[in-house]
Design a protein around this ligand. Structure first.
Ligand SMILES: [Zn+2]
Length: 499
């Protein structure tokens, strides 16, 4: 959690390499060796897809379940890549089918809409908004660079159109605007740009899984010690006294199942935000492809624009200043309405915590960049299925990625139970980022021993303060470097345009 009003933190140049989308960087994704293999446009007699009639090809393409599979298929079959590149309208259609997501389905018997039991198909609405927004930005940029018309690109001419400007607000929040990224891709969306998007989606997936496996391994290497409730009540870690010894410890093997759909979506959104910010910044601030004069406040303005202007007057400035974190802060405003007791709900801070966590990870991984590039192949193939969701999660559905299922996400920052445990201070410094705690479902946190069923109880909070302090001991023992918000973020975004 970052306190409000903190001086703006910048995105930075070392980030450029990781954000770059130029063809050189594309080679980070496994690519077929160029020698001895035909290019996609040449026919390969060994390619079984070459034999398929067009309707069978479309049948296959329209039943793909994710962008990763589409990517692998394009790599493996020149005929598929060729078909996507050269058949008008098919690539946008395939993309829309893959990302399509249903929160609700109509229950014939009950005659009402109910939570979709199969919401793990497709992507969260914010993820698809990010993807399409990127497509429209790249498209605008490309058509300006090559001076070709892009009549069907729905991007407005001005940054101060609510559809543009609202991208840093979650579509699951209070704001109801026509996000640009809600507009489905038109038929004329250039296939070249969609190839780019698929490549990016695969890189993001690989980073998300690299992060997942690395942080879960770290959590598992930390045997969590327990203290009995009786001991906690009796005499427990007096101020100035030594840290008590746990009565037993468990290695949380059972926490090591693949990421759930919710966890993967959280991770992918967090990894997408720096990219989107960077591309937006280039198009708006560096290339000046959109008008940036704010409208003057007047009663004729649409009420949403009016409200955005009043409540978020600095969005453009944050973009200009490279203030990545400040720019994305409104995204956390998910639930401003009151709770059952009439109290205003606290701002949800999970998305900010998640963004800071991946930035910490990217910063820490800079030194290991070449290792990461090699590993990327591995992380485009791991975890063929999502981890299972609990019945409660299925019942709640996919309306929100956050909040209800993550009471442990910000446990440390709010931990007042044993002040001298150092857990709260460490949480505020971001020292638990490296364990990935901001992303995990409550079920996984329970397996890891980092949440309990009754976190509202004082004894549970003391118990958890003790357990979380065990992670700090592990960091100390392993000499894990704490980077983080003490130093501020030294990133600068500089993604490359599509050539
Ligand atoms: Zn994986």
């Amino acid at each position: 959690m970052s306190p409000e009003g903190e001086s703006s933190q910048t995105l930075s140049s070392s980030f450029a390499a990781q954000c770059s989308l130029d063809p050189k960087a594309d080679s980070e994704v496994p690519s077929p060796p160029s020698k001895g293999k035909p290019s996609w446009s040449e026919s390969d007699p060994g390619d079984p897809f070459l034999l398929l009639p067009w309707f069978a090809m479309e049948e296959v393409l329209l039943h793909l379940t994710d962008l990763l599979t589409l990517h692998h298929l394009c790599r493996a079959s020149p005929a598929v890549a060729d078909y996507l590149n050269n058949t008008p309208g098919i690539f946008p259609m395939v993309f829309e089918r893959i990302v399509e997501h249903h929160n609700y389905v109509y229950d014939e018997e009950a005659e009402e809409y109910v939570q979709s039991p199969n919401f793990e198909a497709g992507v969260n609405s914010d993820t698809s908004i990010f993807y399409r927004m990127l497509v429209y930005l790249w498209w605008r940029e490309e058509s300006a660079a090559n001076n070709v018309p892009a009549d069907e690109n729905p991007m407005p001419d001005t940054f101060y159109h609510e559809a543009m400007w609202s991208v840093n607000h979650s579509s699951t929040g209070w704001l109801d605007v026509a996000w640009l990224g809600r507009i489905k891709l038109p038929r004329s969306t250039p296939p070249k740009i969609l190839r780019h998007l698929v490549t990016l989606a695969v890189r993001i997936r690989a980073d998300a899984h690299a992060f997942f496996h690395e942080t879960i391994a770290l959590c598992k290497s930390c045997p969590i010690e327990w203290i009995s409730d009786w001991d906690i009540k009796k005499a427990y870690w007096p101020k100035g006294g030594p840290r008590p010894r746990g009565v037993r410890s468990c290695t949380p093997e059972s926490a090591d199942y693949p990421p759930t759909w919710l966890e993967e979506q959280r991770l992918e959104q967090a990894f997408l935000k720096p990219y989107l910010f960077s591309v937006l910044r280039r198009v708006v601030c560096e290339k000046g492809l959109l008008k940036t004069t704010p409208p003057t406040l007047n009663p004729g303005l649409p009420s949403v624009t009016q409200r955005l202007l009043e409540e978020y007057p600095n969005t453009l400035q944050q973009l200009k200043d490279d203030s990545l974190l400040d720019f994305w802060r409104p995204f956390a405003d998910e639930s401003p309405e009151n709770d059952a007791n009439g109290n205003r709900r606290p701002r949800t801070i999970e998305p900010m915590e998640q963004l800071e966590t991946v930035l910490t990870w990217m910063e820490d991984n800079k030194a290991k960049a070449s290792k990461r590039r090699k590993q990327r192949v591995e992380f485009t193939r791991c975890c063929p299925n999502f981890g299972d969701l609990s019945p409660e999660q299925v019942k709640h559905g996919s309306f929100s990625l956050q909040f209800l299922f993550q009471p442990g996400c910000t446990f440390a920052q709010n931990c007042t139970a044993v002040p001298h445990s150092g857990v709260q201070a460490a949480g505020l410094r971001g020292e638990f980022h490296k364990f990935g705690v901001a992303f995990w479902d409550n079920e996984r946190m329970m397996h890891l021993g980092l949440t309990t069923r009754r976190m509202d109880r004082w004894t549970d909070q003391k118990q958890l303060a003790f357990r979380w302090s065990g992670m700090l001991l592990l960091s100390k023992k392993k000499g894990i470097k704490i980077s983080g918000r003490k130093k501020g973020w030294r990133f600068r975004s500089r993604t490359a345009p599509i050539p």
